[in-house]
Design a protein around this ligand. Structure first.
Ligand SMILES: Cc1cc2[nH]c(=O)nc(N)n2n1
Length: 282
């Protein structure tokens, strides 16, 4: 891991020297959800390539820039496009923007992602508020915190039993109620696999057995890194396809479908995140 505390500080300082706002809220926009960043007022955009020590984003549909601005009057910084393990980045590199957010002064992280619905009650287009995760990649020791620990970020052995803030989850549920969408907003367990392939039927049956409700290829390592440096975390998945858990079912998960659902749900997601952000500043 070549991103030392000082390296992350240089990335943060580059941004602090160029933006006037001091956001307390960081948002990671998942696949097809970049419109949250597009909607910011008084936007200032920094392509990842421009930021010292940032990797370059390579996934179709990910613009790859850090966007500062106001969301309903609240100063935020948004990752429009993120780094994925399947692109070839180690997990610590995928998650380093979270440490930069911390050093910019962020205290709350809202992480969004697209995911396959494993819970049979979920429909495409639903939202799953993450109440917990299964760090499947971590079971084999593949973890963003691997290697020497820098106490200036956090402890060597951080607890993860309270990773997803219950107050923010409750706010999410209340916002869903206010918006009249509580029938499509669930609370569940998310897991991240390395990808880039989608899962086999046998793999999905196994994940279902261990209580997973949605499966994706991101977020867990960013949340672990966020909790390590004591950010308060709220995360949700947009269910972009229903996982194929029967051999007779001939549907197939695909990236286009993931992007299409993301696009279709833009307005609703923007409203959902905006209302939560406003509640955070109460
Ligand atoms: C973004 C995304 C969407 C899906 N769907 C799925 O079935 N399995 C996944 N791993 N992912 N990841």
């Amino acid at each position: 891991n070549t991103y030392t505390f000082e390296t992350a500080q240089e990335s943060a300082q580059y941004l602090l020297d160029r933006v006037k706002i001091r956001p307390k809220i960081g948002i990671i926009c998942g696949s097809g959800m970049g419109s949250i960043a597009e909607s910011l007022v008084d936007k200032q955009c920094f392509p990842y390539e421009e930021i010292p020590h940032f990797p370059a984003s390579t996934v179709k549909g990910h613009t790859g820039q850090m966007v500062f601005g106001y969301l309903q009057g609240v100063p935020v910084m948004c990752m429009q496009g993120r780094f994925h393990y399947y692109e070839g980045y180690p997990l610590w590199k995928c998650a380093m923007p979270v440490r930069v957010m911390k050093l910019v002064g962020v205290t709350h992280l809202i992480a969004t992602n697209a995911a396959g619905g494993l819970n049979p009650t979920y429909q495409v287009g639903d939202i799953m508020i993450v109440k917990d995760h299964v760090n499947m990649m971590g079971f084999a020791g593949n973890n963003p915190l691997q290697g020497p620990n820098d106490d200036r970020f956090g402890p060597r052995f951080p607890p993860m039993n309270k990773a997803y803030n219950t107050v923010l989850m409750e706010i999410g549920r209340q916002v869903a109620q206010e918006m009249g969408i509580d029938d499509i907003v669930h609370k569940g367990v998310y897991t991240c696999l390395g990808g880039p392939n989608f899962e086999t039927v046998a793999e999905l049956k196994m994940l279902r057995m261990v209580g997973v409700d949605a499966v994706g290829m991101s977020t867990v390592h960013e949340v672990i890194t966020a909790r390590h440096c004591d950010l308060t975390v709220f995360a949700f998945s947009l269910i972009t396809n229903l996982c194929v858990t029967e051999y007779e079912d001939h549907g197939e998960a695909n990236h286009e479908e993931v992007m299409d659902v993301g696009k279709a749900r833009q307005p609703l997601l923007q409203e959902f995140v905006s209302r939560i952000v406003i509640r955070l500043t109460d």
